[in-house]
Write a protein that binds this ligand. Structure first.
Ligand SMILES: Nc1ncnc2c1ncn2[C@@H]1O[C@H](COP(=O)(O)OP(=O)(O)OP(=O)(O)O)[C@@H](O)[C@H]1O
Ligand SMILES: Nc1ncnc2c1ncn2[C@@H]1O[C@H](COP(=O)(O)OP(=O)(O)OP(=O)(O)O)[C@@H](O)[C@H]1O
Ligand SMILES: [Mg+2]
Ligand SMILES: [Mg+2]
Lengths: 256, 256
C-alpha cells in the first residue's frame, strides 16, 4: 500500500517544491512507483517536471472542486516510475471555493484512497500557507515531511506549524505522522547554517533526516529545463543529496 | 503626504520581509518618517525589528478585524524615524474572517488614510499569497514594490501577479502604480542570475530598479539579532544595497 507524504511549511521559499520534485524522481530511480501531486496554484511542481500549466486542461482542481475522479487527471512523465497530477491556474480560486463545500477538508482524502494501491509513494507539494489546500493535504496524508531552510526566519514558523499538525492529528487525521524534517539550502561554511541545524536537532532529535540538502546552483537551474536534478546533472551535489534523502525515506518505510 | 507602498509577491522566500524591513530602516536613515506594517501572520517583519510577537497584545489584526484605530497599535522602535504596526498570531485567522465582512478589501484602506499625513512613507509587508490580506494591502496602497529572486521559479509567478495588480487597478484602486521591481539574492557569478535579470529587464524595462540586492549572508544573520542590516553591520554589502535602493525610492518620489 502506498504511503502518502505531504511536503508542508508555511514559510515561503524553503525548498518545498524542490524537495517534492527531486525526492519523487529519486524514489522513482530506486524502482518505487510514485505519484506527485501539485497542490500549489503557483504550479512550480508542474513546470519542474516539464509540463506547461497553460496547456493542461485538467488537473487537481477538477478533482477536489469538480468531483472528477483523480485517476482521470493523472499524467505520465518521461521520468522513471513518475506520474504527476498537475496544478492549473484555476486552483488559485480553490482556497475560497473550498470554504463553501461541505466536508471541505476531506475532499482530497476521499479521492486519494483508491490510488494508494497503485503507487508506492504519493507526494503532495503544498503552497506557502496553512489554508484550505494545505489542510486538505494534511487530512489526506499518512505523514508530513517538513523542509527547513538553514536561516533564522525559517525557524520562527515551526512553532505555528507544529501546532497546526497537532490540531489535524486531533481533529481530522489521527494517523498523521511526522515523516521528518529535512534541512535545505545549507551552506555549511557559515555559522548561521550550522547553528540553525543544531537548533533543529535539539528540538526534533531523530525526526531530522541525516541528509542535509546543501545549497547548490544546479538545483535552481534544473527547473528552467523542466527536469528533476538527476536528469539534469546526475553528478551534481543536488543529485547526491536527494538520492541520499530518498534512500532514507525508503529505509524508514521498509521497516514498518 | 505619505506614500503607501505594498511589498508584494505570492512566490515564497523572494525577500519581501528583508526588503520591507531594510528599505524602511534606510529611508529612516535618510530622515524620512516611516511606518512599517506587518500584514503577514508569520510576523517575520515584527521580529526583524526586534519585537517579540508573543509579547505584543495589539497589532494590525485589531485594526482590520476589530475596527480599532490604526493609530492605537503603532509601536516606536529604537531605530531612527521608524515606527511599526506588528502582526500577532491571531492574524492567521483573518484570511477567513475577512470573507464575512462587508467591504472586506477596503478595511485597511479606510483605516490608513489618517496616517498618511504623519509619515513620509508607509511600507506594508505581505504574506506569500494573493489572498484577502494582500488584496487589502493593494487596495490601500499608492504603489506596489515587487522583489524578484534571481531564480527560475521566481519568474513563473510574475504573469499571475501582474494580472492581479491590473484587476486591482480596474476594480478597487485606480490610482495604484508600480513602484518598481527589485532583483534580490543575486549571485552575479552565475549565468542563471544574469539571465533572470536580463529577462526581467526585457519585460519591465525602466520599472526595474537599478539597484540589485546581492546575496549576502549578513542579511540573513541580522534578523536573528532583531536589527535591520544598517544597525547590524553598516559596512556589509547588504547595507550598501538597501541604502542604494532607498535613495532610488526617495529620488523617484521627490520628482512627483
Ligand atoms: N538546495 C538548494 N540550493 C540552491 N537553490 C535552491 C535549493 N533548493 C531550492 N533552491 C531554489 O530556491 C528557491 C526556493 O525553492 P522552492 O521554490 O523549492 O521553495 P518552496 O518552499 O517550494 O517555495 P514556495 O513557498 O514559493 O512554494 C527556488 O528558486 C529554488 O530553485
Ligand atoms: N540578499 C539576501 N542575501 C542572503 N539571504 C537573503 C537575502 N534576502 C533574503 N535572504 C534570506 O532569504 C530568506 C527569504 O527571505 P524573506 O524571508 O525576506 O522572503 P519573503 O519573501 O519575505 O518570504 P515569505 O514568502 O515567507 O514571506 C530569509 O531567510 C532571508 O534572511
Ligand atoms: Mg513551492
Ligand atoms: Mg516574508
Amino acid at each position: 500500500m502506498g504511503r502518502i507524504i505531504a511536503i508542508v511549511n508555511q514559510k515561503g521559499g524553503v525548498g518545498k517544491t524542490t524537495t517534492a520534485v527531486n525526492l519523487s524522481a529519486c524514489l522513482g530511480e530506486f524502482k518505487q512507483k510514485v505519484l506527485l501531486i501539485d497542490l500549489d496554484p503557483q504550479s512550480n511542481t508542474t513546470s519542474g517536471v516539464g509540463i506547461d500549466k497553460y496547456k493542461v486542461t485538467e488537473g487537481i482542481y477538477k478533482a477536489i472542486i469538480g468531483h472528477h475522479p483523480l485517476i482521470g487527471v493523472i499524467m505520465h512523465t518521461e521520468f522513471k516510475n513518475l506520474d504527476v497530477i498537475p496544478s492549473t491556474p484555476d486552483l488559485a480560486g480553490a482556497e475560497v471555493e473550498l470554504l463553501e463545500i461541505e466536508n471541505r477538508h476531506n475532499r482530497l482524502r476521499e479521492e486519494i484512497i483508491p490510488l494508494k494501491e497503485k503507487y508506492d509513494f504519493i507526494i503532495i507539494d503544498c503552497p506557502p500557507a496553512l489554508g484550505q489546500l494545505t489542510m486538505n493535504a494534511l487530512s489526506a496524508s499518512d505523514s508530513v515531511l517538513v523542509p527547513i531552510q538553514c536561516d533564522y526566519y525559517a525557524l520562527e514558523g515551526l512553532i505555528q506549524l507544529m501546532k497546526t499538525i497537532e490540531l489535524v492529528q486531533r481533529q481530522m487525521n489521527t494517523a498523521l505522522e511526522i515523516e521528518g524534517m529535512v534541512m535545505t539550502m545549507g551552506d555549511l561554511r557559515t555559522n548561521l547554517a550550522r547553528q540553525v541545524i543544531e537548533d533543529v536537532k535539539n528540538h526534533f532529535g531523530d525526526k531530522m533526516f541525516k541528509t542535509v540538502i546543501l545549497r547548490n546552483i544546479t538545483l535552481s537551474e534544473a527547473p528552467g529545463f523542466g527536469k528533476p536534478i538527476i536528469y539534469y546533472d546526475i553528478n551534481s551535489q543536488g543529485s547526491k543529496d536527494y538520492l541520499s534523502l530518498a534512500r532514507e525515506v525508503i529505509t524508514k518505510n521498509k521497516e514498518t
